[in-house]
Design a protein around this ligand. Structure first.
Ligand code: G3P
Ligand code: CA
Length: 302
C-alpha cells in the first residue's frame, strides 16, 4: 500500500466519497466534450474523467474508443471515407483517431453514443484535447481522472502515454501538493511502468465478476493506490456484499467502482438511488457515474 497523497486524502479517501463524472455528464450530453465536462462540474462532480487516445500527430484527445464511428459524425464525412479500416480487436471497419491529425479531428463533431439518450446536441461539440480539459478543471478547481486507453497497442504505434500525460498534468498543476488527480488504466503493465515515475495516485481498473477478476487485489496492491472495479465485484447478483471493499481497504487500496447510470440501473435494485445507497453503504471511496447530479444528491442525503 502506498501512502496516500494529501490531494488524494482530500478527494474521497476515508472522507466523503468522490463523485467522478464518467466521460463528463455523459448521461445528458455527448461524452468526452468540454460541454459534458462543464455540465458535470456545474452538477458538483469532484472529478471529471477523460478517456484518452492519441491522434496521428501525437496529441492526447478525449475519446472512449480509438475508433470514432459511434461517438462522432465521421461516417457522414465523405472526405474521410478512405480512412475507414479494419484493425485488430474490431471485426467491423471503422475510423481510428490515430489515423487523423488533431486538426482533422477538430473538423468532426461529437454524438451521443449511448442508446436512448438525447441526441439534441449531436453535431455541435468538438473533440477536446487533454490540455483544454485540464484548463477547464483547473479553472473550476476540480480533479481530473484520466484513463490511458490501450497503452500497449498505442505504444506499438509509437505513442507512449507516460511523458505527454505526466507533463501536461504537471503543467496544469495536477498532482502532489496541487489539484487532485488519479491516473487509471486496465493495463497493469502500464501502471507498473508509471509507479517509479510519479507520485500521482494510480488506480487499477478491474473487470470481471467475483472470483474471476482481471487483476487481483494483491497484484494491484504491488503498484497501485487503489482499484476501480466493475460494480459486480462488490455486490453479487443476489445483492450480497462480496467483501471486496473490506479486503481492498485491508490492503490500503481505495475503491472507486464503475459505472452508475440512472437509465441502466444494476440488476436487483429498485432504482438508481437504491443502487447508489447500497454501494455507498459498503464504504466505497468514490464512484463513476454518467449522472453526477444524482450521485451528489444521494451522497448528500445519507
Ligand atoms: O474508467 C472507468 C470506466 O470508465 C471503465 O470503463 O469502458 O467506461 O472506460 P470504460
Ligand atoms: Ca474510463
Amino acid at each position: 500500500m502506498l501512502t496516500l497523497l494529501p490531494a488524494v486524502a482530500a478527494a474521497g479517501a476515508g472522507g466523503t466519497p468522490a463523485v467522478i463524472a464518467h466521460r463528463g455528464a455523459s448521461g445528458y450530453l455527448p461524452e468526452h466534450t468540454l460541454e459534458a465536462y462543464a455540465r458535470a462540474i456545474d452538477m458538483g462532480a469532484d472529478f471529471i474523467e477523460p478517456d484518452l487516445v492519441f491522434t496521428k500527430d501525437g496529441v492526447l484527445v478525449a475519446r472512449h474508443n480509438r475508433w470514432l464511428s459511434l461517438s462522432t459524425d465521421v461516417a457522414d464525412r465523405p472526405e474521410f471515407a478512405d480512412r475507414r479500416v479494419i484493425k485488430p480487436g474490431k471485426a467491423e471497419p471503422d475510423w481510428y483517431a490515430e489515423d487523423f491529425t488533431f486538426a482533422e479531428l477538430r473538423t468532426l463533431r461529437a454524438r451521443q453514443a449511448f442508446p436512448g439518450r438525447s441526441k439534441t446536441d449531436d453535431g455541435t461539440f468538438l473533440i477536446p484535447r487533454l490540455e483544454e480539459i485540464l484548463e477547464l478543471a483547473r479553472d473550476a478547481r476540480v480533479g481530473v481522472y484520466p484513463e490511458a486507453k490501450a497503452p500497449a497497442a498505442l505504444a506499438a504505434l509509437g505513442h507512449d502515454f507516460a511523458e505527454p500525460l505526466l507533463d501536461a498534468l504537471g503543467r496544469y498543476g495536477f498532482g502532489p501538493g496541487g489539484l487532485p488527480v488519479f491516473i487509471q488504466s486496465f493495463d497493469p503493465g502500464f501502471l507498473r511502468s508509471l509507479r517509479n515515475r510519479t507520485r500521482i495516485p494510480l488506480m487499477m481498473l478491474v473487470y470481471g465478476v467475483a472470483g474471476s477478476e482481471s487483476v487481483s487485489l494483491d497484484q494491484a496492491a504491488e503498484f497501485a493506490d487503489g482499484v476501480a472495479p466493475a460494480k459486480a465485484l462488490l455486490i453479487d447478483p443476489q445483492g450480497a456484499d462480496t467483501g471486496y471493499v473490506r479486503r481492498a481497504h485491508e490492503l490500503g487500496l481505495l475503491v472507486h467502482p464503475y459505472t452508475f447510470r440512472d437509465d441502466l440501473v444494476g440488476t436487483g435494485f429498485a432504482d438508481i438511488d437504491a443502487e447508489l445507497r447500497a454501494f455507498l453503504a459498503l464504504g466505497i471511496d468514490g464512484l463513476f457515474t454518467d449522472f453526477p447530479d444524482t450521485a451528489v444528491a444521494v451522497r448528500g442525503a445519507r
